[in-house]
Design a protein around this ligand. Structure first.
Ligand code: BEZ
Length: 251
């Protein structure tokens, strides 16, 4: 699925994506001279942070706009437009790092096979993605309002892949990885001032694509309001993120 990204909106209002991802670099523990692939690098902030350890990092992203912005921000670093399921022309890596990207890749098995192929023996995959029941409250509220406004329910499984620890571990093991560390946790995520509405505009465009323009704002407002009692506290909106972190090694 090709998704259109707005790099301005992403950087201005959704910097939390790379800010939260920063602690995943501790799991990666990059070493001087290692070759590392940042899969789904977005605008390059984490790629740049990984490079501080003197590792040699290549950032790839499926979005031309994101890669363009990454190159503008970090002109001395390597970024390429590439899809996770169609890797090509890359070297062998000591590690693959991926933050908040793999849930967009519905062909999970294909992506895992590709990553395996580009890792050196004993190379590690360090990834965080949305886990089972990720953003379940937001999606349920959105679908409820879609029905109220006369639109059909959208099946989340056609949009994102939010696996359980067992499911993702099994996929990795089936392709030859040894899963060494996993962490599934609830991480309520503070949103920018326009809260749930802004999050939906940025990340869940599919839920609005068929909504008539005179309904859009009303549907967004109704969705947000229905979540006020659970996802709004002390002046801030939160997204009900459930994260899956994984460290797996190529055997
Ligand atoms: C996530 O990071 O969990 C996520 C982001 C956008 C859409 C869906 C999930």
């Amino acid at each position: 699925m090709v998704y259109q990204w707005d790099a301005d909106l992403y950087q201005q209002k959704h910097a939390f994506v790379h800010q939260y991802g920063s602690s995943l670099i501790d799991w990666l523990n990059p070493q001087q001279g290692e070759k590392i692939l940042d899969l789904g690098c977005g605008t390059g902030e984490l790629t740049h942070q990984i490079a501080q350890s003197a590792a040699e990092v290549i950032g790839i992203d499926q979005s031309e706009e994101m890669v363009h912005r990454a190159k503008q921000q970090y002109p001395n670093m390597q970024f390429q437009v590439m899809d996770a399921t169609e890797l090509t022309g890359l070297p062998q890596f000591d590690a693959v790092f991926s933050n908040a990207v793999l849930h967009w890749v519905l062909e999970a098995k294909q992506a895992i096979q590709q990553l395996y192929q580009y890792l050196k023996p004993k190379g590690r995959l360090v990834a965080e993605l949305g886990g089972k029941n990720n953003i379940a409250q937001i999606i349920s509220a959105l679908n409820k309002q879609r029905v109220n406004f006369g639109y059909e329910v959208i099946n989340i499984e056609n949009q994102w892949y939010f696996p359980s620890v067992g499911e993702y571990s099994s996929l990795l093991e089936a392709e030859g990885f040894e899963v060494q560390q996993t962490h599934y946790y609830y991480r309520e995520t503070t949103l920018a001032e326009d809260g749930i509405k802004e999050w939906i505009r940025m990340f869940a465009g599919r839920w609005l694509a068929d909504v008539a323009s005179h309904h859009k704002e009303k549907l967004l407002e109704a969705t947000q309001e229905s979540l006020r009692s659970t996802l709004f506290r002390e002046g801030s909106w939160y997204a009900d993120y459930k994260r899956l972190r994984i460290l797996a090694v190529k055997t």
